[in-house]
Design a protein around this ligand. Sequence first.
Ligand SMILES: [Zn+2]
Length: 397
Amino acid sequence: MGSLAASRASGNPTRGSEKYGPGVKREGNANPAKGGRGRDWRPTIFAPSDAREAVKSDGTGMCTVLGGAACGVIGVVGAQRKRARAGVLESCSTGSMRNLFRKEPPYITVPGQARPASGPKQAGGDGLWVRCENERCRELLYVREFENNLKVCHKCQHHARLTARERLSQLVDDGSFVEHDADLSPADPLDFTAGDTSYERKLVEAASRTGEREAAIGGSATVDSLPVELVALDFAFMGASMGSVVGEKIARAADRAAKRRAPLITVSASGGARMQEGIFSLMQMAKTVTALGNVGAARTPHISILADPTLGGVTASYAGVGDVIIAEQGAVAGFAGPRVIEQITKQKLPPDAQRAAFLLEHGMVDTVVQRRELRPLLMRLLHLYAAVPQPAATRTR
Ligand SMILES: [Zn+2]
């Protein structure tokens, strides 16, 4: 319906085309004088060959895909139009007709196995060099120097993604981390299968690829000798989506932090909720935020670190309610991704919208730091909070 309205507004009613045959709609404004693209338009709904096939399929030029004026894709003519109901697709006479409305996604999907577990790809077979992931840089980096620089490109300052264990090792005192809840494994409550891949199989693949049971790693540690509770997410494990186990580990870490009156540090890098767990995944948003309420009641801080990328239900729950929210330089954070927002609002987002600097400018985060400044900043914050007098209940003990 929206596409029809758009075509009316631009003065191009939906109708047959001389070039591609009946049923092919012009996309947008074809008048260059009004800012359109002139005669070089291309149909984006389906291919020209499909359109011709559609006309031939019932021999009369009638479309069996219904929807009348709401169709907006094929000009519905003849008696069949009387049966049209807006927004309803009836069974088509041929499979090809049905396929007219199956839009291929405008991007390709890279199989999970083809992605590296984390960080840029190695360049050359000797394992000594990696190439910067930043498309505008692509600098060849010496691995040891790259790792000494905390996986930040020395030329363009691009921050490569880290595994959860790499992240923890950069933040806490050496040898101080004690992992908790390592035995928690995700279940498959919905017996979810999409296509020919089940959720269970995806979990097994992610586990074998990353060496982790789940996307979250939680535990106790010290930072500059001050006790903290931490949870870090590993984006390489199914995009660190927040399923039941991830939510449970965060909630348990919050409970431990409240009990010990130790600050809670969360490091988020996640695509959002885990779709394969349905409502169980969404409930983690409420669970984690409720657990953080106990942290606040215990008068101990929650420091939320947003790494690249932090999106969806994670931003909208525990990661967005930290007492201090720190974004790593260049990190993307928000609810929906930029492409989704542009598709829904049909507006172009400003350059670098949802990047850390933009979020700081608009008050969504408290500070933006480079990776090498993260631990010193945590140390300063933790010492500041440690200097705050404890509540009366604690002093009387
Ligand atoms: Zn670079």
